[in-house]
Ligand binder design. Structure first.
Ligand code: EPZ
Length: 419
């Protein structure tokens, strides 16, 4: 089993380009399955979740080729409309293949999706919305059987919560259809806009993505296309907060400042300098940052739940006390016990964490339990004095391409070794 070994306490200096966003690539690959020509997708890092999506595409009959960070997906002629349980259970976002398969094949069979353990993750909004678009969906013993007896029926939908995955599934299902589908209270995450831009480049007509009202004018077919995936805003946030925790100065060459406004604001309020220019972001931290007061995670454009664990890691070494409230997922605090092993002073009640910053964390042997929690432990270990071991980096590999190289090129002493 591999692990990360970190000799912490080094300041971070250097510049990096942030790789493509996992949470954008996964729905784009489901969209590529619907295209009738070849799709060329640039800026696709090697991430375990991306590789699982490619396995799903290959199972469905697509040919997938990787040339560095470019993926080339050739369309499928297969009649397969079933995804094996072993692939569905590997990650939550496998559920976006439901909209894509319904659109292309008119039916699909799949198990309920898996993914990181963050508490219950129902799919009622997906099912309710696709049903309103004409799908007949049965769920028996953890398996979903879906059909579309009369094709997609355009509809006006209101989401009771702006679910990212449900918004993506609706967009995928309605992109090729007769009529106009409108999503009210849609998720506004940048990854939704990236999906719409990709689909529009393939011939779709989608307006309003990135706002709370998305209008999908169905088209007859999607062509092949060439597209570059947006940079990963959570990786950018991780590097920015790591610099605030470790001190130093880093430049993020291609980060999109508009996607990072809550992070920039919190860092600036705490005393970290963030310069925004046309070429990217520069983060400079010379002193111990002040804690952030109270932060609650919210759907975009609020503070992102995926950056919450990293903020808690930073907060652990700030001056004063911070209160962090996780508002999106029920159970996202598994990493906090491990942060305590590194010397963090954190009390939790339900979804609330109260963090009293300590002057310095100390190296420890800790275990990742999920993707962002693992990244938070890495940031804490980079800031801690002494050596740490992070076990099960396989979770981190779901969303960060070689985290040891990301921080290694910023001057951190971090290596992947076998146990
Ligand atoms: C996406 O998950 C991301 N995953 C998550 O990133 C991210 O944390 C989340 O959006 C919120 O921003 C991908 O894009 C692959 P949701 P998703 O549907 O689509 C409830 C990471 O670390 N809900 O917006 O699953 C749900 O239980 C990951 O990269 C329902 O109740 O998120 C949760 O509490 C983890 N019914 C909340 O909504 C539904 O039908 C947000 O879920 C759907 C969701």
């Amino acid at each position: 089993m591999s692990c990360l070994k970190i000799d912490g306490g080094k300041r971070l200096y250097g510049e990096i380009a942030v790789h493509g966003a996992k949470n954008s690539i996964l729905p784009l690959l489901a969209a590529a399955y619907m295209c009738q020509g070849q799709t060329v997708l640039h800026n696709c890092p090697f991430l375990s979740d991306v590789e699982i999506s490619l396995k799903i595409l290959e199972y469905l009959g697509c040919k997938c080729e990787r040339q560095g960070s470019t993926l080339i997906i050739s369309p499928s002629n297969s009649n397969c409309f079933e995804i094996p349980e072993c692939l569905m259970r590997e990650m939550r976002s496998s559920i976006v293949f439901m909209g894509a398969l319904l659109s292309k094949m008119g039916s699909c069979v799949m198990s309920l999706p898996g993914g990181c353990e963050l508490g219950p993750r129902p799919i009622d909004i997906h099912i309710d919305s696709l049903t309103k678009l004409g799908a007949v969906i049965e769920c028996n013993h953890g398996f979903l059987t879906c059909s579309l007896p009369e094709g997609i029926k355009a509809a006006e939908l209101y989401l009771k919560f702006p679910s990212v995955g449900a918004t993506e599934n609706i967009i995928l299902a309605a992109a090729v259809s007769n009529g106009t589908t409108v999503i009210h209270n849609a998720a506004r995450e940048p990854e939704i806009e990236d999906l719409a831009l990709f689909l529009n480049s393939a011939g779709a007509e989608i307006n309003g993505a990135g706002s709370d009202t998305v209008v999908i004018n169905g088209v007859n077919r999607l062509n092949g296309t060439e597209y570059t995936v947006m940079p990963d805003r959570i990786i950018a946030a991780t590097c920015m907060m790591a610099t605030a925790a470790c001190k130093g100065r880093i430049c993020l060459n291609n980060a999109n400042k508009n996607h990072l406004i809550p992070i920039i604001s919190i860092l600036r309020d705490g005393g970290t300098l963030v310069d925004v220019s046309d070429s990217g972001l520069t983060v400079t931290s010379h002193f111990r940052q002040h804690n952030f007061g109270t932060v609650t995670t919210q759907p975009y454009p609020g503070f992102p739940t995926d950056a919450g664990p990293i903020l808690v890691a930073l907060s652990s070494v700030c001056k004063g006390t911070g209160v962090f409230i996780e508002n999106i997922f029920d159970s996202r605090f598994h990493y906090i016990d491990e942060l305590r092993l590194l010397g963090a002073d954190i009390k939790t009640v339900g979804r609330v964490a109260v963090i009293t910053g300590v002057k310095s964390l100390v190296g420890a042997d800790v275990v990742s339990h999920d993707l962002r929690g693992g990244a938070a432990l890495t940031v804490a270990a980079l800031a801690a004095k002494g050596c740490s071991i992070i076990r099960k980096p396989c979770y981190i590999d779901r969303g960060y391409q070689k985290i040891e190289e990301i921080f290694g090129c910023l001057g951190a002493d971090i290596k992947r070794t076998e146990d």
